[in-house]
Write a protein that binds this ligand. Structure first.
Ligand SMILES: [Zn+2]
Length: 161
């Protein structure tokens, strides 16, 4: 008993187990998998759970809030076309459709509006980009979170770097 206590004292710092090459490989694979989840975030994973749960219920059997949550979840994982079909009100449908279009259009597409030109305090011309990031969305095309850019003059949108 006493000897055991002494042993414990000697080992007060946890020992790092020595892994074989095979175990290291498995460990690396597990870490890589885990690292991928935070990159998508908890919203993404929560959305996947909502989608899985919702798929067993037909749309007409859902109460409006269920259906809205389902549509939101589809949007959260970047399925904007499906989100537009699932959403009930016209405004939300149109919004998801517009984002879907913004995702799949060419990243280099820009509207023909002019940027905003002003002058700084020394009367030097300064150009302000007419596009701003409305929000970040999960882009299926890019496979990651991307900025949803919008022109503050005409309202056109594009999902791009
Ligand atoms: Zn524009």
């Amino acid at each position: 008993m006493i000897r055991d206590l002494g042993k414990e004292k000697d080992n007060s710092l946890p020992r790092v187990p020595k892994l074989t090459d095979e175990q290291l490989k498995i460990n690396d694979a597990e870490q890589a998998e885990r690292a991928f989840i935070p990159a998508q975030g908890t919203t993404y994973n929560r959305a996947l759970a909502v989608i899985q749960e919702s798929e067993s219920i037909s749309l007409k059997d859902m109460v409006p809030i269920q259906r809205a949550n389902y549509a939101q979840a589809l949007a959260d994982v970047g399925k904007f076309k499906e989100a537009a079909k699932t959403a009930q009100d016209r405004e939300t449908k149109a919004y998801y459709k517009a984002i879907d279009k913004a995702v799949w259009r060419n990243d280099d597409d820009r509207c023909g509006c002019d940027d905003l030109n002003t002058f700084d305090k020394d009367r030097n011309p300064v150009t302000h980009d007419r596009h701003f990031v409305v929000r970040e969305i999960w882009s299926e095309k890019h496979g990651k979170k991307m900025g949803l850019y919008k022109c503050n003059k005409c309202g056109e949108m594009n999902v791009r770097e």
